[in-house]
Design a protein around this ligand. Sequence first.
Ligand code: BTN
Length: 325
Amino acid sequence: MMQKNRNIILQALADGQFRSGTELGELAGVTRTAVAKHVDALKALGLDIFSVRGKGYKLAQPINLLVVDKIQAAFQQRSGVAYPASMHVVPLIDSTNTYIKDHLYNLESGAICTAESQSAGRGRQGRTWVSPFASSIYLSMYWRFAGGYQTLSGLSLVVGLAVADALDDLGISGVQLKWPNDIYVNMQKIAGILIEIEGSVGDEVDCVIGLGVNVQLPENVDTIDQPFTDCVTQLGQRVDRNTLIANILYYLHQSLNTFSLHGMLPFKEQWERRDAFFHKPVILLAGQNSISGIGMGIGETGALLLQVDGEIKAFHGGEISVRAG
Ligand code: BTN
């Protein structure tokens, strides 16, 4: 209830116009004192709301909130069909990947959860994924594969490619991929992927595919430990997150359906065209080992190929180092 009222107030303020405490109270069915408390809680999430005596509350900048109906309409427009599974949009959550895991048994393959902000967003290798309010896309999709674990190799590369295609559509140029599944523009990270395999029954494997796409990060995010960029910086104009989500879902569904039938191979060439490290020096960190080589693209099941001491070797795990030192 509390969260619902807070959401009503947030939606009323989203257009960046003044709303009086009385008006907000009536909309949410709460007192003006309660409105003030909700506004304080929204400010604590990082929203820049100020108040002027006699006029009420106002967001410094209008914000584009996530709305299920808008995502669905944009998906329908893009693909010509309705979204084939359920969509769960929440303002604040610990992690959208966790939401999918917790609700797995009530969800159908293709169901998504997306949030305005995450309090415990997770990145790869146990890192934290910084998730400021309404600044990015935090999206997780449940996908059930029918062919057992062995059919999943290359999945993360295919997901990266789908996100890159959606960013292309947005008008961002030079979108590249860093093995296994980071999305880069100008050697700066614009999106990341965390796939978690939840378990299996017979040959059915449950996967949670989590995507974080930087849309418009606040200027003061200093906790990200590698070079990064966002869509608005790249485009020089605002980006509608609902439409971008719909486009990502469109490409993801296409790719996952093809991947389920034919595996990684149909994607190999497209992936290599976007390979940020093709014929470039690479340091691969795998456990305690650090391997230096030259990027030579990927193998048929998505392994990273490196030329090491004149020989081409395939690597299935680890990640390419981009951090200094
Ligand atoms: C990485 O590059 O380290 C992966 C980042 C993945 C972040 C996304 S945001 C939505 C989903 N929920 C999470 O907790 N993590 C993923």
